[in-house]
Design a protein around this ligand. Structure first.
Ligand SMILES: [Fe+2]
Ligand SMILES: [Fe+2]
Length: 184
């Protein structure tokens, strides 16, 4: 069984992965873009749902002076979700899609930086190490039950597509999954 890890370490690691995924997406050949995009959306949705369930709520309710920062990052997650819903109707091989992808990358990178700068230090200061590991354990459970990474260049695998699912509703599905994993 995987060792329990500090939630902040896990989130920093995921943020690094998202920065890399967006780089890969922008460099991806047109015919590989859609599958990688679906995977990125599914991962992003479960990341944000898990943060919402175990991180932002803790910061908002249990951390002194945490309310404003938690509400600000929750609002950013909401606006990324709206942009993704718009992108669901676009042709992934179009210029319009690439422009929106650039905007999404900027928003996600800025949002992750905001959490790293303003929220994670509050968690390290006010949440003890044991609780941080407990939060990390729950986060890992959700991540490990998530979609499988596509393998560019190999024939499309139906199970990967099924796991990532349609874009619209990805955040709702991730929230439902988070509720199951995080239910006490
Ligand atoms: Fe977030
Ligand atoms: Fe995050």
């Amino acid at each position: 069984m995987a060792e329990d890890r500090d939630i902040v370490e896990l989130l920093l690691e995921e943020h690094r992965e998202f920065r890399e995924l967006f780089e890969e997406l922008e460099a991806a050949a047109r015919d590989e873009r859609e599958e990688l995009f679906r995977y990125t959306v599914a991962r992003l949705a479960s990341h944000e749902a898990a943060e919402e369930a175990v991180v932002h709520r803790t910061v908002r309710d249990d951390v002194p002076s945490g309310q404003a920062v938690a509400e600000a990052v929750l609002a950013e997650e909401d606006s990324a979700e709206h942009l993704l819903a718009e992108m669901a109707d676009m042709d992934p091989t179009s210029d319009e899609f690439m422009e929106s992808l650039g905007r999404l990358r900027d928003d996600v990178v800025e949002h992750a930086g905001h959490e790293e700068r303003d929220e994670f230090p509050l968690i390290r200061e006010h949440v003890d190490a044991e609780r941080r590991r407990e939060m990390g354990r729950r986060f890992q459970q959700l991540r490990d039950s998530g979609p499988t990474r596509p393998h560019p260049g190999t024939p499309q695998q139906p199970e990967t597509r099924a796991a990532a699912g349609p874009i619209v509703g990805a955040f709702d599905r991730a929230r439902d999954a988070a509720r199951n994993v995080f239910a006490d």
